[in-house]
Write a protein that binds this ligand. Structure first.
Ligand code: HEM
Length: 136
């Protein structure tokens, strides 16, 4: 990822953090389960904790985009944990689709083509590292 892309992600994430994480998490998982209802059964009945965990983890990763070595280690560990949750490589595109949609709706006019490109590159990088770790 380029420095400009990292900056765009930091900026847009700051804007989105003004919204209650419970709402962002709810929008994300609602979109995910509407698009792919079969994924619902992989998650707990009560999703409140999961909303917070997802937002916290995204914040953590966004904050470390300019420390790629540390980020890579953490993302790899997360990929290995996700193997244990029954996550398969084909699931990553589904999560990515719901995540980018949520960011687009949440950011409104601030969702520019450049921001979309930066987030796509960021998600692809993280998803690829998680999948590599799961496959290893
Ligand atoms: C960038 C991609 C992703 C991020 C940032 C992310 C984040 C998280 C976090 C923070 C947790 C809490 C537990 C932990 O840290 O290990 C978690 C759990 C989980 N994630 Fe993900 N995840 C991602 C991709 C996926 C994908 C592709 C799936 C496939 C459907 C998935 C399904 C799950 C499931 C089933 C759990 C366990 C829920 C439970 O039983 O409590 N995640 N995820």
């Amino acid at each position: 990822m380029t420095a400009a892309q990292i900056q765009r992600i930091h900026h847009s994430w700051r804007l989105l953090k003004a919204v209650d994480p419970a709402i962002v998490g709810d929008v994300f998982y609602s979109r995910l389960f509407l698009l792919y209802p079969r994924l619902r059964g992989m998650f707990p009945k009560k999703m409140e904790d999961q909303h917070q965990k997802l937002i916290d983890m995204l914040s953590h990763m966004v904050a470390r985009l300019d420390q790629p070595d540390q980020l890579a280690q953490e993302v790899q560990a997360m990929g290995a944990r996700h193997l244990g949750y029954g996550v398969k490589p084909e699931h990553y595109a589904m999560i990515g689709e719901a995540l980018l949609w949520t960011l687009e709706k949440g950011l409104g006019h601030d969702w520019t083509p450049e921001t979309a490109e930066a987030w796509t590159a960021c998600y692809d990088l993280i998803a690829r590292k998680m999948m590599e770790a799961a496959a290893a």
